[in-house]
Each structure stands twice: as C-alpha cells, then as structure tokens.
Design a protein around this ligand. Structure first.
Ligand code: 5GP
Ligand code: ZN
Length: 112
C-alpha cells in the first residue's frame, strides 16, 4: 500500500519522532503550521474517523491524552488545538487517520 504514514511507521521514510509505543507514534509535521505542530498516527492503517470501531477509538483516546501531555511538556500552558481532518471537505491530504496538535501561538478563532 502506498501510504506515506505507513512508510514512516515502518522506518522506510525518516521522521522526527517525539514518542512511540506499540499502538501509535507522534512525529513533528514536516510542514508546520504553528511553532508546535505534531501528528499522532496509529500504527494500524485506517483512513479516518469514519472508520473508527470501539478498539480504534480507545487508541485514538490514548493519542489525544498523549498529545495533551506533550503539549504540557512543551510549555503550551496558554492552550493548543487538537484536530483531525476527514475527506475532501475536511482537507485531509493523507488517508491514514492522524491527529494534529497545534500550539505555541494564538490560533485563529475561525476553524473553517
Ligand atoms: P491532513 O491534511 O491529511 O490532515 O494532514 C497531513 C499532514 O501530514 C500535513 O500537515 C503534512 O504537512 C504532513 N505530512 C505529509 N507528508 C509528511 C511527511 O512525509 N512527514 C511528516 N512528518 N509530515 C508529513
Ligand atoms: Zn497507512
């Protein structure tokens, strides 16, 4: 399968890894849109939140928890944003579910 995030997980493409366990990785986004821009990516390939089941939802919950911890560790005391994009209208560009952590500056009030 030609999935860039699966290749990163397998180590076939280099990435700046912040955290890894048996279920997911956290890496720095290659094209950061904020001073802190991280991606949490499950090791199991599935496209988006539309393909969640109960087991996957537990992993995604752990990913959110870890991103919030990392945000605290990176001094994002004034806040941050965690988002996931789905499909064309959501501007999803990589079809392997991932959560974005954005912070380190005042983010836009408008999310759309
Ligand atoms: P999406 O638009 O699908 O929600 O987000 C995909 C994100 O993956 C983008 O923010 C993009 O910069 C990031 N990205 C795409 N290719 C790579 C890559 O090879 N390495 C890393 N670290 N990030 C990538
Ligand atoms: Zn994948």
């Amino acid at each position: 399968m030609d999935c860039i995030f699966c290749k990163i997980i397998k180590g076939e493409i280099p990435s700046s890894k912040v955290y890894e366990d048996e279920e997911f990785i956290v890496i720095k986004d290659v094209n950061p849109q904020a001073p802190v821009h991280l991606l949490a990516i499950p090791k199991e390939h599935f496209a988006s939140v539309a393909e969640l089941n109960d087991e996957r939802a537990v992993v995604v919950g752990k990913m959110m928890k870890k991103l919030a911890e990392i945000g605290g560790d990176n001094g994002l005391d004034d806040g941050f944003r965690i988002i996931t994009n789905k499909g064309k209208h959501g501007c999803q560009s990589v079809s392997h579910l991932h959560l974005h952590l954005l912070g380190g500056r005042q983010l836009d009030e408008k999310m759309g």
